[in-house]
Design a protein around this ligand. Sequence first.
Ligand SMILES: N[C@@H](CCC(=O)N[C@@H](CS)C(=O)NCC(=O)O)C(=O)O
Length: 231
Amino acid sequence: MITLYQFAPIWGLPDLSPFVTKLDAYLRMVELPYQTVRVNYWEAPKGKLPAIEDRGKKLGDSTLIIEYLKATYGDKLDGHLSPRDHATALGMQRLIEENLYWAGTIHERWVLHKEIALVQYARALGDPPPDLNPLRESILKQYYGQGMGRHSSEEVIHIAKTDLSALSAFLGDRLYFMGEQPTSLDATAYGFLVHFLWTGYESELNTYARSLLNLTAYCRRMRERYYGANA
Ligand SMILES: N[C@@H](CCC(=O)N[C@@H](CS)C(=O)NCC(=O)O)C(=O)O
């Protein structure tokens, strides 16, 4: 059975990391049996989570893992997409994972409201809660290196809202991000959007995300389909 290495569940979500939530959603979407195991991120193959172990191999990076799962177990979700649709889906995935992640998740949890990570994450991770200040230092360096950390908070929130609006406009009134059928882009979209919609804290960005009603309806639809009606 596949082992999914994770940080820890929080706020009723499968994990505190949107990348882990994405992979958890993907595994459910393709109905591959898996077990979750909590580990220290520095023990993971790339020093980040998620990671998996399967058939004696350990792999890191959610996107490379999904490529491996497709190659090993077949591609149940994306086979019908044209090369152009694949390219569009990849662009949307990168928007979410490479931009919205930094402007939304990282900025909110480690910069703007640092107690979310230092207190809420720490509590979820263990008793006694670990000191996450060293990780925060490392994340702040990554945030600056990525470039988002050079903007003011007002600018970063503006950037994140622009991404969320684009996602809402792209989804429109379709059931899933690439049409009437779920694709692997939905694992990313769901995995990241629930981290704005269904968190245990309030913020300007969460309020904005919740005002985009098609995104909320979409996440409910995904949750009902893959996590059960009462999830
Ligand atoms: N590209 C990676 C990103 C994973 C990632 O950034 N994970 C974060 C948590 S959301 C992490 O493990 N951070 C620890 C660190 O940066 O030291 C993927 O798709 O899995």
